[in-house]
Design a protein around this ligand. Structure first.
Ligand code: ADP
Ligand code: MG
Length: 340
């Protein structure tokens, strides 16, 4: 089993870089989520890894074998890389079985069909083998598309927003089956998503992308708890970035003071997630300017000295117009020296 490694990968369209200096590693048996806003280069990276685009600079290699560099380009069909697009793209004129068998070109017909049927059985679709794709639900088609890609036993499997066409219920069902199956297959898997909760919940590793560059990569827990910058923190959910000032190991903000013994004196940006704010007896006074029921709790907007802050609390304890006492959880907020 082999790592897929990107180093310094750049791809330009005209003057604009869609992807610039990107490096990360996809590991066998692990699922890496590429997460970033629209236009951050996720699809371009998939196409580069699959060999549908050439790199302008940098290298993509599978173990020791170079797949892409500025002067070398292995064709897509010999890379051992499978790609499943957003819209599944099943062949409408082929049966479900033949769609899956399509990937098994070199085999005798009988063995091919037997293998395709076994793959369909793995995802509970053996009894639909003779159906047409359009007879199947979206979730079922998704599973067929995936098995068609897995039939070739790719070393690397790329899934570009595979759940975007599914409703919430189907998403859950497909994911519960899909992710364990992918890990067992031993392929190095990359899944593109812009759904933060999905990425945090399901991926083994994250690559956070912004404007064609990698802001941070690592496990979901590490990326969430130890963002490398306010921008990286923003990619993993709602944050408030407060400005503050550090003097002699203490940071002063509009919402109270924090220990900052590891910071040099000067301006700082403080990344605060909604769950890192407490409604305490000790703290500073703030005004409630918004309350929203969010199912598992309440989201508050608080205001003090002209700054606002989001807070997540389990119980509804205050209404708009009330004054509450708040404090920042020093263990959960993160301080960054102010850039520029
Ligand atoms: P994502 O999948 O994260 O939404 P893309 O990889 O599709 O982002 O696009 C990244 C950037 O590259 C965008 O600014 C997009 O407009 C640009 N881009 C992608 N493909 C092309 C292309 N074929 N021609 C010109 N620009 C492109
Ligand atoms: Mg895309």
């Amino acid at each position: 089993m082999t790592d897929l490694v990107l180093e310094g990968v750049t791809r330009r369209y005209g003057a604009k870089a869609a992807v610039e200096g990107v490096g990360f590693t996809l590991r066998p048996g692990r699922i890496t989520a590429l997460l970033g806003p629209s236009g951050s280069g996720k699809t371009t990276l998939m196409r580069l890894i699959a060999g549908l685009e050439a790199v302008g600079a940098g290298t993509i290699r599978l173990g020791d074998e170079i797949l892409s560099s500025a002067d070398l380009h292995t064709p897509p069909e010999t890379r051992g890389v499978g790609l499943v697009f957003q819209d599944y793209a099943l062949f409408p004129h082929l049966s479900v079985l033949d769609n899956v068998a399509f990937g098994l070109g070199g085999m005798a017909r009988k063995a091919r069909d037997a293998k395709a049927l076994a793959l369909l059985d793995q995802v509970g679709l053996a009894d639909r083998a003779r159906n047409w794709p359009h007879d199947l639900s979206g979730g079922e088609q998704q599973r067929v598309a995936l098995m068609r890609a897995m039939a070739r036993e790719p070393k690397v499997l790329l899934l570009d927003e595979p759940f975007s066409g599914l409703d919430r219920h189907l998403k859950g069902a497909v994911r519960d089956f899909l992710f364990p199956a992918l890990r067992v297959s031993g392929a190095a898997v990359a899944i593109v998503t812009h759904d933060v909760d999905e990425a945090l919940l399901l991926a083994d590793d994250l690559v956070l992308l912004h404007q064609g560059r990698v802001l941070q990569s690592g496990t979901p827990v590490d990326c969430y708890r130890e963002p490398v910058s306010p921008e990286a923190a923003r990619l993993l959910g709602e944050v408030t970035v407060l400005s503050g000032r550090v003097e002699e190991g203490v940071a002063t903000t509009a919402f109270g003071i924090l220990p900052a013994t590891d910071q040099v004196d000067g301006e700082v940006e403080i990344v605060v997630r909604p769950e890192s704010v407490r409604l305490d007896r000790a703290g500073v006074l703030a005004k409630v300017v918004g309350v929203r029921f969010a199912g598992q709790g309440f989201d508050y907007r608080l205001e003090r000295e002209g700054r606002t802050l989001s807070l997540r609390a389990e119980e509804g304890r205050a209404d708009v117009g009330d004054t509450v006492t708040v404090s920042l959880d020093p263990a959960a907020v993160r301080l960054f020296p102010k850039s520029r």
